[in-house]
Design a protein around this ligand. Structure first.
Ligand code: NAP
Length: 247
């Protein structure tokens, strides 16, 4: 088994996931770039990983699809024998007021954001336990703690991610596996650029830093939690939000 790390980042074709994949890349590291539909963007991530000396592998699957997740991780584990780091980053929004929310909007967000993290974590836990090493970092959100009007589905999924993080941290720390979360505030990605301008300005007024965050600033926090040196930190939620919320 190679001593080079094997890193899996879900939703790595764009935004925060891409920044995480690139930031975690070190020469010789295998970086699995998962994505859902945007192949050209995923290829750009792979090229950036390669430019840093990493070994990218593109894996297209929906993280909420049990069979697809099982098959993908079977292949990854067959080829590379281990996963050192899993970053559960894939996420979607389907915003609506609860009174108007369609069941499909609720289900899709929970399926991707929460069930996806459950399925991918389950796929790596046993091999990590056997090796007595692993780092799982889940991407939550500030609204998983504060809530946000129009985001009952998304807030519930991210609060769920925090519960999953803490419960799994309890299960795994005796095997030298840590499970932590980062909770971004408002980060400049496709997800937030879809918010209408007038709402984006109102959000900006509430951020003490006076600006949106960059995906790289979330990636830096993920890199720390995924590092060997963070081995005594588990079950934590690291907020990356420019002072918007201080938990
Ligand atoms: P983004 O730019 O919209 O990118 C979303 C990523 O998730 C894409 O790579 C997308 O793949 C992938 N994805 C979507 N559904 C998927 C599925 N079913 N299976 C696998 N991959 C899937 O979002 P982002 O802003 O970078 O957000 C990344 C994470 O950070 C999410 O969990 C989000 O909730 C969280 N977050 C973001 C912010 C923010 O302000 N941006 C704040 C707090 C938390 P395709 O490109 O193939 O569609």
């Amino acid at each position: 088994m190679s001593d080079k790390p094997v890193i899996v980042v879900t939703g790595a074709s764009r935004g925060i996931g891409r920044a995480v994949a690139v930031e975690l890349t070190e020469p010789g590291a295998v970086v699995v770039v998962n994505y859902h539909s945007k192949t050209a963007e995923a290829q750009e991530t792979a090229a950036a990983v390669e430019a840093k000396g990493g070994v990218p592998r593109l894996y297209r699957f929906g993280v909420g699809d049990e069979e697809a997740v099982k098959e993908a991780f079977k292949q990854i584990l067959q080829e590379f024998k281990k996963v050192d780091v899993l970053v559960n980053n894939a996420g979607v929004v389907r915003d609506n007021l609860l009174a108007l929310m369609k069941v499909a909007e609720w289900d899709e967000v929970i399926r991707t954001n929460l069930r996806g993290a459950f399925l991918c974590s389950q796929a790596v836990v046993k091999p990590m336990m056997r090796r007595r090493y692993g780092r799982i970092v889940n991407v939550a959100s500030v609204v998983g703690v504060t809530g946000n009007a129009g985001q009952c589905n998304y807030s519930a999924s991210k609060a769920g991610i925090i519960g999953l993080t803490r419960a799994l941290a309890h299960e795994l720390i005796s095997r030298n596996i840590t499970v932590n979360a980062v909770a971004p505030g408002f980060i400049e990605t496709d997800m937030t650029m879809r918010i209408p301008e007038k709402f984006r300005e109102a959000i900006l007024d509430q951020i003490p830093a006076g600006r949106y965050g960059a995906p790289e600033e979330v990636a830096a926090a993920v890199k720390f939690l995924a590092s060997k040196g963070a081995g005594y930190i588990t079950g934590q939620v690291l907020h990356v939000n420019g002072g918007l919320y201080m938990g």
